[in-house]
Design a protein around this ligand. Structure first.
Ligand code: ZN
Ligand code: ZN
Length: 678
């Protein structure tokens, strides 16, 4: 009798215990050995840090963490990827001849790009319910999702035979020698197979058939290149259970109602048009919000010891080469030739309008180099530092049209930018002071919750590792010292996410419906002062390099106002509201009185309009509440006789309140005081 020695692997679990498992066993076996509850709940496994299929055998000793639906981020990514496969299978079942390409998980679900047959053409939204039905059938069949390793040639031959030209093309571009995996849904002859890195759940039955919804269709080019064929993309949203899906759909609907583009139109704040792609036309009411916000920020900066500057819009392209921006940012810069265009009244009309060999100027994509140029004027002593140089700087970046979004993603924007020049020994305190300032600005602007994240060095970067170590540590120390390196502030570190010249702290606001927006940043930079040769004279009489802190609190006015609109759903606090009150008449007899009330309010500094139209009062109320006017002062014959107004508040069920005009003015004025002056 021969006895085979089975190799045993040591599998270490998160609680520190170690299980001995025979070769060939899988994370699913470990889960089963621990208990039937876990065996059922486990969706996938983290093996030595890598997320893997729960049925993939161990290759040796390993650290194992089982992933359940409690590990929400991992679990969501896994199920969304599964849904993408199931979507593709369902589409091919219903529409034979459709070719598959790619289908990744997204932030809220998944999509898959298909090449439909010529007869069928692109998919339509009317077809989505039938596809969802077929997906539910596949989920109910509880078919296994099985990982297989194939060779490149096998994969190509398989897809060629299946008539899958896109997949056959793609696989041949994977590097030779790379492990190529195919995922099979089902193990019968009807199995559906896709080229895929995985991982996946063990079977389709692990998904909740009521936790997904196909949402829309769009066109997308094969590999994102307009020279390639147009594919038909189907989007879906997917969650771990129906409750999550429903909550998401409500949030989506709420976000739609709050869309700044829609509210911006209803309140007559701004518009965009194709002649100025990505640049905002601010209307009087929208610009009023801007002015109030700018005045507020300016008061806060003045009080915090900043000096304000204004720097050129256009600079010689060579200046951007020196600062290192030309190489990294050139494709996003608007370039202007420094010459007078050839006029049409000239005799030689066939000349080109521009010669093509003039010097190039560039519209600034950022303010940093210009601030260093101001810093370099004259001699700076160590006693002069820190210098906090602020600019509401208007910048341009050439973003592709497809990337633009209302006033949130634009090509011309104004930052609440500042650069703080400091000595090394001042760094931590200066960053702490910034964190305190930012904290109070966010709270005063109506945001109670935000998260702080430290974005660490990226692959591509300037500067030595020692410099990066130091720069990262300074930011970390400052957040700790400010008392905010805590769970309450969502404190975490993000490897690889810093800018090419420095690590940064990011500040992510949470809005009224729980969405997050990265707005504030601060980064400690030694590279730009070096490249542009900025120095100060130290206590030792020698030249030293200052460190430069790049920082912003609200980011850009355009995007921040967009966020404010969506956060408040247009119902701004009184100090920011573009129109604070409307005096509306019930009868035309009160016209003179309404005008008198309005002029008293205006004289008291209140932003007021009158509505003397010959319309029913209910109609006026509806219209002004759509325009989100906070206060409506209704006047009729009685009010005119008594010298009073009837006040209605936007969105309040309270009955209107009668007040004397003077009392109303006093109330509005005190309510409209900006938070920093209150
Ligand atoms: Zn896949
Ligand atoms: Zn900067």
């Amino acid at each position: 009798m021969t006895r085979f020695m089975t190799r045993m692997f040591k599998i270490a679990l998160p609680d520190g215990s170690v299980k001995e498992m025979p070769e060939g066993s899988t994370p699913a076996d470990v889960a089963a050995a621990i208990g039937p509850g876990l065996a059922k709940a486990a969706l996938a496994a983290r093996v030595d840090g890598e997320v893997r299929d729960i049925t993939r055998p161990f290759e040796g000793d390993a650290n194992l963490a089982l992933i359940t639906s409690r590990d929400e981020a991992d679990a969501l990514e896994l199920v969304r990827h599964d849904y993408a496969h199931i979507l593709a299978e369902a589409v091919q079942n219903l529409f034979p001849g459709t070719q598959i390409t790619f289908g990744p998980a997204t932030d809220d679900g998944f999509y898959y790009d298909f090449a439909p047959t010529a007869e069928h053409g692109p998919f339509t939204e009317e077809e989505l319910p039938a596809i969802e039905e077929e997906m539910r059938r596949i989920i109910a069949a509880d078919r296994a999702l099985v990982r297989e390793v194939w060779t490149r040639a096998q994969v190509r031959d398989f897809f060629v035979k299946q008539g899958e030209a896109f997949k056959a093309e793609w696989v041949m571009e994977l590097p030779e020698g790379e492990t190529i995996t195919m995922y099979r849904t089902g193990d019968d002859k009807d199995a559906w197979v896709d080229l895929c890195r995985g991982p996946h759940l063990a079977s389709t039955g692990k998904l909740d058939p009521n936790a997904f919804k196909l949402t829309r269709v769009s066109g997308a080019y094969w590999r994102g290149d307009p020279k390639n064929p147009m594919l038909s993309r189907i989007y879906g949203t997917a969650w771990l259970n129906k409750k999550q899906l429903d909550a998401y759909l409500v949030r989506l609907e709420e976000a739609g109602k709050r869309d700044h583009r829609k509210i911006g139109q209803e309140m007559d704040l701004f518009h965009l048009q194709a002649e100025a792609h990505g640049s905002v036309f601010w209307h009087p009411k929208g610009y009023r919000i801007w002015r109030e916000l700018e005045a507020y920020m300016r008061r806060r900066l003045d009080a915090a010891g900043y000096v304000e500057v204004k720097t050129p819009q256009l600079m010689d392209a060579r200046q951007w080469e020196k600062s290192g921006h030309w190489g990294k940012y050139r494709e996003n810069m608007f370039v202007v030739p420094d010459e007078i265009p050839h006029g049409s009244d000239d005799e030689a009309d066939d000349q080109p309008i521009l010669s093509g060999d003039a010097d190039l100027m560039a519209l600034k994509p950022m303010n940093c180099p210009a601030h260093v140029l101001i810093f370099k004027q004259g001699i700076t002593s160590y006693r002069d530092l820190p210098i906090r140089m602020a600019e509401f700087g208007c910048c341009h970046r050439n973003e592709p049209h497809g990337a633009l979004h209302g006033i949130m993603r634009v090509r011309q924007f104004t930052q609440d930018d500042a650069h703080i020049f400091v000595r090394e020994d001042q760094l931590v305190d200066e960053i702490v002071a910034f964190c305190d300032l930012l904290d109070s600005v966010y709270r005063e602007l109506g945001f109670d919750s935000y998260a702080i994240k430290l974005a660490l060095r990226p692959e591509q970067r300037y500067g030595s590792d020692e410099e990066w170590d130091r720069a990262e540590q300074v930011l970390r120390d400052a957040v700790v010292k400010s008392g905010r390196a805590t769970a309450e502030y969502g404190w975490e570190e993000l490897p690889g996410e810093g800018a090419f010249y420095a690590p940064k702290l990011e500040f992510h606001l949470t809005d009224a419906i729980g969405r997050t927006w990265q707005v504030g940043t601060i980064q400690a930079d030694t590279v730009l002062p070096e490249r542009l040769d900025a120095t100060y004279i130290g206590e030792d009489g020698q030249k030293h390099r200052p460190v430069m802190l790049h920082r912003a609190i609200i980011g850009t006015f355009e995007r921040f106002i967009g966020i404010l609109i969506e956060h408040y759903a247009g119902k701004f606090p009184l100090w920011l509201a573009p129109v604070q009150a409307v005096v509306a008449t019930i009868v035309s007899d009160a016209d003179d009185y309404a005008a008198e009330v309005a002029s008293k309010l205006a004289a008291a500094g209140i932003r007021v309009e009158t509505d003397l139209r010959n319309e029913k009062i209910n109609y006026k109320v509806r219209e002004h509440s759509l325009a989100k006017v906070p206060l409506l002062l209704v006047v009729g014959k009685r009010e005119a006789e008594e010298g009073t107004v009837a006040i209605r508040r936007l969105g309040s069920d309270e009955h209107q309140k009668m007040m004397s005009v003077d009392a109303a003015i006093a109330m509005i004025r005190s309510e409209a005081v900006p938070p920093d002056l209150a």
